[in-house]
Ligand binder design. Structure first.
Ligand code: ADP
Ligand code: MG
Length: 611
């Protein structure tokens, strides 16, 4: 039997992700549960792999399967691809199994040419709309399929807007758009040496090949290496009949999360644009409106959308990230996937869903990644504070957490100031063992040099203290007691804030939220205690670290490195003396000086651990 390489949306389901890719499988699933999804079909990841086996050609077999599905789609929609009177237009959308930024972008409005654009204009009675679609198509096809630099098209578009004195793309008239189309075609001719392809089937097959090829472009390969994604998965291609958000003021397009992805609050969160298509929302062409405002503009569409969002969340049992378009007051769903969220939101959503009976405790636990828990165990900046602040510079997120304080450049100064209750940040080119005391007393550490395994980074992580290392955008002058970033200068006593989760440096004092093992977080951890079979022991070398660990639920110490007990200034001197001693006698004497410290630490540690 012939292998099946092409599936209509109604033939797939969410379980078929390996063949259909994430986007295709979820489009099929939405269709299956009766949501308004424009018709279309998916070419499988296996077809992509076969394309490579066949020396980067689409085999006759696969090609005829594609044409067959296209014919079915034409029958279903009653339109013909690129027809002169009532053209079917489609989008070509890549869709890997694991979502992968850096692969091919989408091509919209495929099927338009010099003739069908007039057909579309006549059919809709809207010439402006038809030419708006056409110029978008040539630009997208030129950019992603023909690989002509995007700026060449943008230059023409911006030039037309400027010469006519427009601010918005919605002000472009039919004549403007027709002129832009002409210029765009000239760019293609000049850059490629051939005319923009007018045959819709050629357009389609060229786009499909471009998606297959994008699987192996440099950006995609680098991304896969970095994220441990296998190189042989291949990408699927989705061909979907177009719906139009750019037909006028009863149309629009948008993106929404079923819950707030920053806070986890159970409330629709998203944005939309009236009279716009696809990428306009993210491209920042106009400022989008908040999803709530859709309720005033199109109350019925809003109600329907809210209901669909609820259904999708209930169906997938997780927060969804949804893309939609409204064509003449009718809602269409174009994508759904699991929504990315902050650590804080991840815990709240998991706990809320367990309490609503949607998922089990075990599932709730699996919804929060271990690295997210780590972030939650350190102080964080408040969501509101971060939203208002602009980073000054970015370094390596060497040790998580958040810290604000006044800058000091020497360990002794930090020690001295903190005794008087001053909140300090230790800023150094790099740190060394002499800086231990300042590091202990500071709220956070910032260095301009050194990597993730530099002294500052390693010691700060051990202490659970926020640290940004290797922030090469800043110039530290320890002697003058200042640092510069851009044309700003920060002197001793000035406030700065460090975000150890992102590596961002901020001027001034941002509000931090202290960690507390309370609320949703405590609840989730108690569920973990109920099901876990592992014991939890800490890695601690000092009484203080041990106390913190006990507070966070450690049942004992698994690793205690005695050499870490000698990091502080007066101790390390004795260690160095011992190493450099010339005689056994000298060595024994230095050791004798170290003994009391160690004894004292162990007593402290045993006490902290409850003996
Ligand atoms: P990405 O993977 O970058 O999100 P998509 O394939 O989802 O790319 O396409 C981007 C956007 O293009 C969608 O959010 C949607 O707004 C628009 N789009 C894609 N296909 C269609 C279609 N058939 N009709 C209308 N708009 C579409
Ligand atoms: Mg999308």
């Amino acid at each position: 039997m012939m292998k099946k390489y092409v599936y209509a949306f109604e033939e797939g389901s969410k379980e078929m992700k390996p063949q259909l890719g994430g986007k295709g499988a979820n489009l099929a699933e939405m269709k299956k549960i009766g949501l308004p999804v424009p018709d279309g079909f998916t070419i499988t990841t296996e077809a992509c792999n076969q394309y490579y086996v066949d020396g980067k050609t689409i085999s006759d077999d696969i090609r005829s399967q594609i044409i067959l599905k296209l014919e079915e789609l034409q029958t279903k929609t009653g339109k013909i691809l690129g027809d002169n009177n009532d053209p079917l237009l489609v989008s070509v959308r890549s869709g890997a199994v694991v979502s992968m930024p850096g692969m091919m972008d989408t091509v919209l409005n495929l099927g338009l040419n010099d003739v069908s654009v007039e057909g579309l204009a006549k059919l809709t009675g809207n010439q402006r709309f038809a030419y708006d679609c056409y110029r978008r198509f040539i630009q997208m096809f030129g950019d992603v399929v023909l690989e002509i630099p995007k700026y060449k098209f943008d230059r023409v578009l911006d030039g037309q807007k400027t010469s006519q004195g427009y601010e918005l793309d919605t002000q472009l008239t039919v004549d403007d758009l027709a002129h832009i189309v002409k210029e765009f075609k000239a760019i293609v001719k000049k850059d490629k040496g051939f005319d923009f392809p007018m045959n819709p089937i050629d357009q389609l097959l060229m786009s499909i090949e471009a998606v297959f090829n994008s699987w192996n472009n440099d950006r995609a390969r680098v991304y896969r290496n970095y994220n441990d994604i296998p190189h042989d998965l291949g990408t699927a291609v989705n061909i979907q009949s177009m719906v139009f958000g750019n037909m006028g003021n009863t149309c629009g397009t948008g993106v929404a999360f079923t819950r707030n992805p920053s806070t986890g609050e159970d409330k629709l969160f998203g944005e939309f644009l009236i009279n716009a298509q696809g990428e306009d929302v993210v491209a920042g062409i106009r400022t989008p409106q908040k999803i709530e405002e859709l309720r005033d503009i199109m109350p019925e569409v809003y109600e329907q959308f809210a209901e669909v969002a609820n259904r999708l969340e209930a169906h997938y049992k997780d927060m969804q990230d949804i893309e939609f378009t409204i064509e003449r007051g009718k809602l269409y769903m174009l994508q759904t996937r699991t929504g990315k969220r902050t650590a804080f939101a991840a815990v709240k959503v998991a706990v809320d869903m367990e309490e609503a009976g949607v998922i089990s405790k075990e599932e709730a636990l699996l919804r929060v990644a271990p690295s997210q828990l780590d972030q939650l165990l350190h102080p964080m900046f408040s969501v509101e504070g971060l939203a208002k602040a602009t980073p000054l510079a970015k370094g390596l997120p060497a040790s998580p957490g958040a810290a604000s304080g006044r800058v000091y450049f020497h360990s002794e100064d930090v020690a001295h100031q903190s005794e008087n209750g001053v909140e300090c940040i230790l800023v150094r080119t790099e740190t060394s063992p002499e800086d231990i005391e300042g590091m202990v007393k500071a709220n956070g550490i910032l260095t301009s040099r050194g990597g993730m395994t530099s002294h500052a980074a390693v010691v700060a992580r051990g202490m659970g203290k926020c640290c940004i290392a290797g922030c090469s955008d800043i110039f530290v002058d320890e002697e003058e007691k200042l640092f510069r970033v851009g044309d700003e200068t920060f002197r001793e006593g000035d406030w700065i804030s460090l975000d150890g989760n992102t590596g961002n440096l901020y001027a001034g004092k941002l509000d931090t939220v202290e960690v507390s093992l309370t609320g949703d977080f405590a609840k989730l951890l108690s569920w973990a205690d109920d099901v876990r079979t592992l014991g939890i022991r800490t890695n601690a070398d000092t009484p203080r670290d041990s106390e913190v660990a006990v507070r966070f639920g450690a049942e004992g110490i698994g690793l205690c490195r005695t050499e870490h007990m000698f990091f502080s200034e007066e101790r390390i001197l004795n260690v160095r003396r011992m190493i450099l001693s010339n005689t056994l006698q000298e060595r024994l004497e230095s050791l004798k000086l170290l003994l009391p410290y160690q004894r004292e630490d162990f007593i402290g540690i045993f006490k902290a651990m409850g003996e």
